[in-house]
Design a protein. Structure first.
Length: 94
């Protein structure tokens, strides 16, 4: 069975909100890493990812849970501006 890793950057102290949304859709948990981004790229700054404190969130899940988790995270972000940011998915093997 293939696993997927979801990596997301959201505003500082918002990682727990993202993990809770993911858990509601089948994730078993996640890892939240406080970080700071430094960029002079105006596109990144527009998305709130320029020079700012952020939470990096990592969630590893089974492939069949990926779409429900991403849908839950997207819906949570639409409801709460603190969750604006971006997410990426990659395959992982054990």
């Amino acid at each position: 069975m293939e696993n997927k890793m979801i990596y997301a950057l959201v505003g500082r102290n918002s990682g727990e909100l993202l993990v809770n949304a993911a858990k509601g859709a089948g994730a078993r948990g996640g890892t939240i890493i406080p970080c700071r981004s430094i960029s002079d790229n105006s596109v990144l700054q527009f998305f709130g990812l320029g020079e700012s404190d952020q939470d990096a969130v990592i969630i590893v899940t089974e492939s069949q849970n990926l779409n429900p988790i991403l849908d839950a995270v997207q819906n949570a972000a639409l409801e709460d501006k603190r969750l604006s940011g971006f997410a990426a998915v990659t395959g992982v093997s054990s």
